[in-house]
Design a protein around this ligand. Structure first.
Ligand SMILES: N[C@@H](CCC(=O)N[C@@H](CS)C(=O)NCC(=O)O)C(=O)O
Length: 205
C-alpha cells in the first residue's frame, strides 16, 4: 500500500489527485500547518530531513519531490501519461515537469515572502510581478486546444503544472490568462480531483 505524507493546503494534493486518477489504493498520513507560521509541523522532519510534503512511501522506499513522485507513479501505473521517449512531446514533458517546481515556483515564492516585508519589499515587486507574468504567460501559451499541456489528454505535466496554475487563479489572473483559467477549471471538475480534495481534508481545513 502506498503511503502519502500529506500536508493540508499543499503540493501533496496533486499526488492525491494523481493516485485517484490512477485508481491506486493509498493511505494518507495527515499533517496540519501551524496556525501562526503556516509551516509544516516538526513531525514531517522525522520522516525526511527537509520536512516537506509531499513524500510517499512505496514498497518501503521513501520518495520526496513532487516531480520524482509523479514520474515514479506514472511510470509504474500509467506509462501512457508520459509521452514516448525520443518524441518532441517527451522533451516538452521533461521540460515542464522540471519547469513546474524549478522555474514557475520561484517568482511565486518570492512574491509570498517579499510581500511579508511590507514597504521594505517594495523595490523588489516590479521585478517579481514581471517574472510572475512571464511564467504565467508562458504556461498560458502552452495550453493546447484540448485544454491540456503536452498531450490531448491528462498527462504527468498537467499534474505538475496544476499547482502553479491554481496559484495564478488564486491571484485572480484568470482574465489575463484565459487558457490557464480553462485548464484549472477543467482539472478541478474531474471526479478524481474532487475525490482527492475530499480525502485530503485535514482537521482545520
Ligand atoms: N519542490 C518540493 C517542494 C516541497 C514543499 O516546499 N512543500 C511545501 C508544501 S506546498 C511544504 O512542505 N511546506 C511546509 C514548510 O516548509 O514548512 C516538491 O515539489 O515536492
Amino acid at each position: 500500500m502506498i503511503k502519502v505524507h500529506h500536508l493540508n493546503r499543499s503540493r501533496s494534493h496533486r499526488i492525491l489527485w494523481l493516485l485517484e486518477e490512477l485508481e491506486q489504493p493509498y493511505t494518507i498520513i495527515p499533517y496540519t500547518r501551524d496556525a501562526q507560521t503556516n509551516l509544516a509541523p516538526p513531525e514531517l522532519s522525522l520522516v525526511h530531513p527537509l520536512g516537506k510534503s509531499p513524500m510517499i512511501e512505496i514498497d518501503g522506499t521513501l520518495i520526496v519531490e513532487s516531480a520524482a513522485i509523479v514520474e515514479t507513479l506514472c511510470t509504474r501505473y500509467a506509462p501512457d501519461m508520459i509521452p514516448d521517449r525520443g518524441t518532441a512531446a517527451y522533451l516538452r514533458h521533461l521540460e515542464l515537469i522540471h519547469f513546474a517546481e524549478g522555474s514557475a515556483m520561484t517568482p511565486i515564492l518570492l512574491n509570498l515572502y517579499v510581500s511579508r516585508l511590507g514597504d521594505a519589499g517594495k523595490p523588489l515587486h516590479p521585478r517579481i510581478s514581471s517574472e510572475l507574468d512571464n511564467h504565467y504567460r508562458y504556461m498560458n501559451s502552452l495550453v493546447r486546444p484540448s485544454g491540456h499541456f503536452v498531450l490531448d489528454r491528462l498527462s504527468a505535466a498537467d499534474i505538475m503544472l496544476s499547482f502553479p496554475a491554481e496559484i495564478a487563479m488564486r491571484q485572480k489572473r484568470g482574465d489575463d490568462f484565459p487558457a490557464l483559467a480553462g485548464f484549472v477549471e477543467m482539472i478541478q471538475d474531474r471526479p478524481a480531483y474532487r475525490r482527492a480534495t475530499e480525502k485530503g481534508r485535514v482537521a482545520g481545513d
